[in-house]
Design a protein around this ligand. Structure first.
Ligand SMILES: Cc1cc2nc3c(=O)[nH]c(=O)nc-3n(C[C@H](O)[C@H](O)[C@H](O)COP(=O)(O)OP(=O)(O)OC[C@H]3O[C@@H](n4cnc5c(N)ncnc54)[C@H](O)[C@@H]3O)c2cc1C
Length: 430
C-alpha cells in the first residue's frame, strides 16, 4: 500500500492512513460532488487495488476482482448520466479519478479507461455533437440498453481499434468491416493489442460500414458493441509484454460475427464527427500515466524517509544528491499536472487550435513525463528499491508503455504539434 508520511490524512471512518489527492479539491477548484467521486476511486485504489497489482503484473492476468469492486462502488458507471443510474461524472472528474486509480494499479486504470470511454463517448461527448431529432432519439434509446447492462449487471466494455496499419492513427479507414444485414451488421476483421480480450462482455469495435458502390471511408466508421459471446468472435495469441501486463491486450478476430442494431454505441457518422470536433476524446489514455508519475514520486519520498514496508527503516533523505533528485521529480510532476489539468478542464467540442495543441502537449507530457519521473525514482532510490517485491520497477515498466498508445503516441504528438503550429488548415508550400 502506497502512503507518504509527509502527505497523509487519517479518516475517522476506518482509521486507514489515506494518501492525499493528486489534485487537492480546493487548490484545483473541484466541487464536493467531484471530490467525492475522486475520493472513492482513490480509496479503492489505495486500500484494495495496490495490494493486488503485483500479482496481476507478475502473472499477466486480468484484474477481474478489481472490476467487481469497481462495479460495487458504482465506478463502472462513472460517466453514465444519473438518469440512467450512473454517477454522472463529467470528463474532468473521470480523468482525475482515473489518475487516482493509475497511481495504484496501471493496468486497472488503463483498461477501465477503455470501458469508461464506451459511456463517455456515447454520453456527455455525444450530447455535444450534431444529430437530427430522430437520430438523437434512437441514440438515446440504444445507449440506455448499454447503460442498463453496465449499471445493473456490471457488464464490462472494451475498445479495440488498433489494427497494425495506419487506421488507428487516424490515417485511413478501419480495415475491420461491418456489412449491413437485416437487423444489424456482419463484422469481419482483426484487432491487435485489444485490452480486456477474453474478459470484456462487449468489445466496442471501431469498424468501417460497407456502403454499396463507395470506397471505404473514415466517414463511415461505426462504433459497435460486439457481444464477446457472439459466434465468430475469437481471442488469439499470447500476452507476455514489458509492462501493463494486466491489460491482457491479445488479438481479436471477427469472422462473420453478427451484431444487432441496438449494439451501436454511436449513430452513423457520429464517431467521425467526434474525432473531428471533440479531439480530447483521445486524451483519455493519459490519466493512468499521471497516476503512475505520482506513484513514482510517492514511492521515492517514502523510500528516502525509510518508510516503505518490507524494507529496513534506513533513512537516505539527508544526502544533498537525493534532495536534488526529489526536487527534480517534484518539478516534473507539477509540470505534468499543470498542463494536463488545464487540458482536461478545457476539453470541449470545437476547441481552438491553441487548445488542441495544448492537448497534444499534455498527452506528450504525461506519457513521456511519467517514465522520466520513474527513471529518476529508480536511479535515486537505488538497487534495493528496484526488486520485484516492491512496486517501483512495475511503475517504471508500465510508465514506459504510455508513449506507444495510438492515436496520440509521443511521436505522433510531436508530428502534429510541429505541423499544425507551422501550417494553417489547407496551407502548403507548393
Ligand atoms: C499495454 C497496451 C494496451 C493497449 N490497449 C489497446 C486497446 O485496448 N485498444 C486498442 O485499440 N489499442 C490498444 N493498444 C495499442 C496501441 O494503441 C497501439 O496501437 C499499438 O501500441 C501500436 O503498435 P504498433 O507497433 O503496431 O504501431 P505502429 O502503427 O506500427 O506504429 C509504430 C510507431 O510509429 C509511429 N507512427 C505510426 N503512424 C505514424 C505516422 N502516420 N506518422 C508518424 N509516426 C507514426 C507511432 O509513434 C507508433 O508508436 C495497446 C497498446 C499497449 C502497449
Amino acid at each position: 500500500m502506497m502512503t507518504v508520511q509527509a502527505s497523509k490524512t487519517v479518516t475517522d471512518v476506518d482509521k486507514v492512513d489515506l494518501d492525499k489527492p493528486i489534485f487537492d479539491s480546493q487548490a484545483f477548484r473541484l466541487n464536493d460532488e467531484q471530490a467525492a467521486i475522486i475520493a472513492t476511486a482513490r480509496e479503492l485504489g489505495q486500500t484494495v487495488f495496490a495490494g493486488r497489482a503485483g500479482t496481476y503484473d507478475r502473472d499477466a492476468v486480468f484484474p477481474t476482482e478489481n472490476y467487481r469492486d469497481l462495479h460495487r462502488a458504482g465506478l463502472l458507471g462513472i460517466a453514465i448520466p444519473k438518469k440512467h443510474g450512473g454517477l454522472g461524472a463529467d470528463y474532468q472528474t473521470y480523468a482525475i479519478a482515473a489518475a487516482e486509480i493509475g497511481r495504484y494499479c496501471g493496468a486497472t486504470a488503463l483498461t477501465w479507461n477503455m470501458h469508461v470511454c464506451s459511456t463517455l463517448w456515447s454520453g456527455p461527448l455525444a450530447d455535444d455533437l450534431d444529430m437530427d431529432g430522430p437520430t438523437r432519439a434512437e441514440h438515446e434509446h440504444r445507449r440506455a440498453v448499454h447503460y442498463k447492462r453496465i449499471v445493473a449487471d456490471g457488464a464490462v466494455y472494451s475498445q479495440p481499434f488498433s489494427e497494425g496499419g495506419a487506421a488507428a492513427a487516424g490515417g485511413v479507414a478501419f480495415g475491420t468491416e461491418a456489412k449491413p444485414v437485416k437487423g444489424g451488421w456482419i463484422v469481419n476483421g482483426k484487432k491487435i493489442f485489444a485490452s480486456l480480450s477474453g474478459h470484456a462482455d462487449y468489445y466496442g469495435v471501431l469498424c468501417t460500414e460497407i456502403v454499396e458502390g463507395e470506397k471505404a471511408s473514415r466517414r463511415n466508421t461505426l462504433y459497435l458493441a460486439l457481444p464477446a459471446k457472439a459466434g465468430g468472435v475469437s481471442v488469439v495469441g499470447d500476452w507476455d509484454p514489458l509492462g501493463m501486463r494486466g491489460t491482457v491486450s491479445r488479438t481479436l478476430l471477427f469472422k462473420d460475427a453478427f451484431v444487432p442494431e441496438d449494439a451501436a454505441l454511436m449513430p452513423r457518422g457520429v464517431y467521425f464527427q467526434a474525432a473531428m470536433r471533440w479531439p480530447h476524446m483521445f486524451l483519455t489514455l493519459s490519466p493512468t500515466y499521471v497516476g503512475l508519475a505520482q506513484a513514482a514520486y510517492d514511492f521515492t519520498v517514502r523510500y528516502l524517509r525509510g518508510e516503505v514496508p518490507g524494507t529496513p527503516p534506513v533513512k537516505r533523505r539527508m544526502y544533498p544528491t537525493k534532495q536534488i533528485a526529489v526536487a527534480q521529480m517534484q518539478i516534473k510532476l507539477e509540470q505534468i499536472k499543470a498542463i494536463w489539468f488545464q487540458a482536461i478542464t478545457e476539453a470541449c467540442a470545437n476547441p481552438t487550435k491553441e487548445q488542441v495543441l495544448r492537448a497534444y502537449a499534455a498527452q506528450y507530457s504525461a506519457m513521456e513525463g511519467a517514465n522520466e519521473v520513474a527513471t529518476l525514482a529508480i536511479r535515486t532510490c537505488g538497487g534495493q528499491a528496484m526488486l520485484k517485491s516492491l512496486p517501483l520497477e512495475r511503475i517504471y515498466r508500465d510508465s514506459r508503455c504510455g508513449s506507444l498508445m495510438l492515436p496520440w503516441t509521443a511521436e505522433l504528438c510531436l508530428d502534429r504539434i510541429g505541423r499544425e503550429a507551422l501550417y494553417e488548415t489547407g496551407e502548403s508550400d507548393d
